[in-house]
Write a protein that binds this ligand. Structure first.
Ligand SMILES: Nc1nc2c(ncn2[C@@H]2O[C@H](COP(=O)(O)OP(=O)(O)OP(=O)(O)O)[C@@H](O)[C@H]2O)c(=O)[nH]1
Ligand SMILES: [Mg+2]
Length: 215
């Protein structure tokens, strides 16, 4: 009972910051993307390739969340984008307050998109609204085609699903048709793109979606 009360309080505080963030993004006309997946599905690689393709046309900045290290922010900066690293020192998700505290580090008057790469985890981040405009979930074919059934929340709450590492599909038993059917049952409006961040196959449609979303 005590535990439930504490969780409710934490979530209520998070909602206040999320609402403020959402208002801020609206005012500044910034598309904020909350990117969620299990560890290693390819979030940072997708962002590196997206940066490479779009950075001359769209102003993108990235907030990186990890338990430890600044490695992902360094990878993003190497592409020429601005990036801020949040190290949660053990916490399994980012909070809206951490996002609020990071926003002043960017020149937000000149940004089209802020991507938040959440902590690699398909469970905890789905409970914490960050005030984002859209939520993107990544599932790589190496993780198995049952993950949307086992971790439905992340998929039910997303606007976009990126099925990544399709270059590896021929080595694995990943039933894309079944996954499409399963996720659409959870979330009939989910937009699905099959991509390989390694080869960039299929990513053109994702870039197009992003360009349209900022308009
Ligand atoms: N074959 C293949 N490998 C990929 C692809 N995308 C990413 N990888 C590899 O998968 C590994 C993990 O990629 P990351 O981009 O670091 O994954 P992440 O989701 O950011 O990981 P965390 O931030 O730790 O949760 C790296 O070795 C990437 O090179 C892909 O499309 N195909
Ligand atoms: Mg990463």
């Amino acid at each position: 009972m005590m535990k439930i009360k504490v969780k409710k309080k934490i979530l209520a505080k998070n909602e206040d910051f999320a609402a403020a963030n959402q208002k801020f993004f609206k005012k500044k006309n910034i598309l904020c993307i909350n990117m969620i997946s299990s560890p290693g599905s390819g979030k940072t690689t997708i962002l590196e390739k997206t940066a490479k393709a779009l950075k001359n046309k769209i102003n993108i900045a990235v907030i990186e969340g990890d338990l430890y290290t600044k490695l992902d922010a360094e990878r993003i900066r190497a592409t020429g984008l601005e990036a801020v690293q949040i190290e949660t020192k053990g916490a399994c998700h980012l909070t809206a307050e951490q996002i609020t505290n990071s926003l002043h580090k960017f020149d937000t008057d000149n940004l089209d998109i802020i991507v938040i790469e959440n902590i690699g985890n398909l469970v905890c981040p789905s409970d914490f609204d960050l005030g984002e405009t859209v939520r993107v979930v990544v599932l790589s074919v190496a993780e198995g085609d049952d993950k949307c059934k086992k971790y439905p929340n992340s998929f039910a709450q997303a606007d976009v699903l990126l099925i990544n590492k399709t270059d590896l599909a021929r080595y694995l038993d990943f039933n894309v048709k079944m996954v499409r059917k399963d996720v659409l049952k959870l979330n009939k409006d989910l937009k699905i793109f099959e991509i390989s961040a390694k080869t960039t196959a299929g990513m053109e449609k994702w870039f197009k979606w992003l360009k349209k979303a900022i308009r």
